[in-house]
Write a protein that binds this ligand. Structure first.
Ligand code: NAP
Ligand code: G4F
Length: 348
């Protein structure tokens, strides 16, 4: 039986990757850090599965990483653990560095010294490109801006700097110590399990609350948002964890961009989400709060997923409109079922 260890198992991607690997017959050891409140809501449906083992550990503590990996003896290790919120990284750059940058190095160091070295996946990010982009010319004469595996990195946040350090460490350990180590440069991916401080989930939860309030003749305060004009390449997390898995099944380790190839502004996401409840004038419900603007912004992300398409035979299956619709409908359902759009006992 194949064995995998997932660091960051309690997060959005960790939960979907656990679903995928368990469905493929793997034994999964999920590493969760100690928190004062339960952080396993996204894993509730897996906690009784015999092939799923939840252990406590923290990637900033190299001793705990050592013990977990040497006990589990995995074939594959996925590092999804991070302080992953970009705005927070401006407030807590030191913590972000320790977790998102050094944490990856801790895992690589332990793997380097193992007798049977597992294959390693690092969750790199399109944030590393910052404001860097290239011009692509298409056969029909049109052109567009995009980022791919050869685009220069120009990080614009402490988060992106830490991710870039981890990305380079992964490449260095591959070249220097012959580790099977891959980085997936994933563009934004969202879902019904997305954390509620990321803009997509913040919007879809608000839309669900608004729908409920309007149906009950109630009023709720306006939604406070920051920059509506940045553009992101948004896919569904369930599609993206398949690409992570595929990278570790190849003959050779490599890095891949994982993206849809489409870009949409935050405003377009907002418009689409409000449309799901029949509202076409979102401005009545939103207020712009300059405190939510970042000291430095990534203005435009659009990934070119050709390498992943060709070599991994990977393609995203969820369109932008389906993504928004799924998130809004999920939040509306859990709003009426649980009185909150969190969807407590059903994370899907
Ligand atoms: P997420 O929901 O924020 O999950 C992050 C995970 O890391 C959580 O399980 C969190 O635990 C854990 N963690 C935080 N600090 C830790 C520590 N010191 N030791 C061990 N675990 C720790 O993020 P996600 O959206 O699933 O993303 C997964 C990974 O991909 C992250 O590394 C993220 O930076 C990267 N990424 C995400 C995207 C995206 O659009 N989602 C795109 C590119 C790259 P708690 O549950 O206790 O907080
Ligand atoms: O949802 P966001 O916070 O995601 P961001 O910054 O793109 O980062 C996410 O994707 C990265 C991949 O590119 C991951 F590496 C990272 O871990 C994370 O998953 O913000 C998206 C955009 C930004 O331009 C932000 O300025 O939305 C804008 N925005 C506008 N109002 C807001 C808000 N973002 C947040 N979080 N909250 C707002 O109220």
């Amino acid at each position: 039986m194949k064995r995998a260890v997932i660091f960051g198992v309690t997060g959005q991607d960790g939960s979907y990757l656990s679903d995928l690997l368990l469905s493929l017959g793997y034994k999964v050891t999920g590493v969760a850090r100690r928190t004062s409140c339960d952080n396993t809501l996204r894993l509730a449906h897996l906690l009784h599965c015999k092939r799923f083992n939840l252990v406590q550990g923290d990637i900033t503590d190299v001793g705990s990483v050592y013990r977990i990996l040497n006990k589990a003896k995995p074939h594959e290790v996925y590092n999804l653990a991070a302080q992953s919120h970009v705005w927070t990284s401006f407030d807590q750059p030191g913590l972000t560095w320790d977790v998102t940058g050094k944490g990856c190095l801790n895992i690589l160091e332990v793997i380097r010294d193992m007798n049977k070295r597992p294959r390693f996946y690092q969750a790199s990010s399109s944030e590393m490109f910052g404001d860097s982009m290239e011009l692509m010319y298409f056969e029909d004469g049109s052109h567009g801006k995009y980022q791919d595996e050869n685009t220069a990195f120009n990080p614009q946040s402490p988060y992106a700097i830490a991710k870039l350090a981890a990305h380079h460490a992964t490449g260095l350990y591959r070249r220097s110590y012959d580790l099977f180590a891959c980085s997936g440069i994933l563009f934004n991916h969202e879902s019904e399990r997305r954390g509620d401080r990321f803009v997509t989930r913040k919007v879809t939860r608000y839309v669900a609350d608004l729908d409920y309030a309007l149906a009950n003749g109630e009023q709720i305060p306006k939604l406070r948002l920051g920059n509506l004009y940045s553009e992101r390449d948004w896919g569904h997390a369930e599609d993206y964890v398949k690409a992570m898995f595929l990278m570790l099944q190849q003959d050779k380790p490599d890095d891949y961009v994982v993206a849809t190839g489409e870009t949409h502004s935050v405003e377009e996401f907002v418009i689409q989400a409000f449309k799901c409840i029949g509202i076409y004038d979102y401005e009545d419900y939103i207020t712009i709060d300059e405190k939510l603007y970042r000291p430095s912004e990534v203005p435009y992300l659009r990934g070119s997923p050709f390498k992943a398409n060709d070599f991994l035979d990977w393609k995203p299956e969820t369109s932008f409109t389906d993504l928004v619709r799924r998130m809004v409908h999920h939040d509306i359902q859990s709003r009426s079922k649980y009185g909150t759009s969190e969807g407590i006992s059903n994370p899907s």
